[in-house]
Design a protein around this ligand. Sequence first.
Ligand code: SF4
Length: 369
Amino acid sequence: MTFLSENEKKYKEAVPYLLSWYDFNARILPWRQEPSPYFVWVSEIMLQQTRVEAVRGYFDRFLRELPDIQALAEVSEERLLKLWEGLGYYNRVRNMQRAAQLVCEQYGGQLPREVDLLRALPGIGDYTAGAIASIAYGVPEPAVDGNVLRVMSRLTGSRENVAEAGVKAKMIRELRAVMPKDRPGEFNQAIMDIGATICIPNGAPHCEQCPVQHLCRAFAEGCTDEIPVKPQKKQRRLVERIVLVIECHGSYLLHKRANKGLLAGLWEFPGVDVDAVEDDGKANALLAQLLGEDVACPESPDAVWTGKHIFSHVEWNMTARVYHLRGERPAAAKDCVWATVEELLERYSLPGAFSEFRRRILAEDKTTD
Ligand code: SF4
């Protein structure tokens, strides 16, 4: 007879209620209709950064153009980043491509079903490996993310810090011990769905709709707002940034960022961090460098736009100085290109930080049609 810990007993008791609930309440999602390993993989990576409702559109667009692992392995990086535009965390899709290339080389284009082999691929951690193995291959492996940590911590009344790797590893071990062997994918997805729709992260959970309310310790003790226990968030660093939106004969100057650091290797409107927005020195020096010796720098911008973007650790407070150049177009400076409005839309992937500026360019372009 297998000895179960208190947590494992609680999880085991919850299994039939979770599965029955899932039978009638599972969310209808495009990747669930045909849960191939590739579809599950793409959806889970996208869901790590965006809400389900937003992911649907990205998922369809991505799969239309890259319907299988081979297509993902072979697509150009520029096109790949364009398809990922708006989702952020571009290293995730770069890792997906590296993983796809390895899968083509080593596994004939099929993702392996073994959790250890999945985990050895770039960008695939415990959660994604568990999701692919359980949902696509029926392997009894948990998929523990923030949603699952929250639901299960509340269920057991655990006050352990869910940000600690050891706490997560323990939950994975405990859930593995009680996974229903016949329906592991549905079990994982039931907890994911409850975490997304009932036992929600922000605001009070909808315990009155919860299929495991009668088992839940946090509910019984009236402490759902205290669990899960998380560390204090670090304050984000505030950065003032001057961005140069330079237009000449209908094209805009874009700069490719360095291959390391924030927004590595992505296109941007050129810019510079400053101590204060009135601080013209650095911005003017950048403008002069971009325009080269043969073009006189405009004395002042034609317009000034503002924007803000929040990354996980940094917040950009942006002031865009907009210049419309007349005369001959200067050659594109190092690591820069001139992009037409159409190319801004169809070709070059601009991170979300610059979406607002691009939107204004498109709006202006329409008014000049
Ligand atoms: Fe979450 Fe409430 Fe359900 Fe407990 S009863 S798992 S707190 S929704």
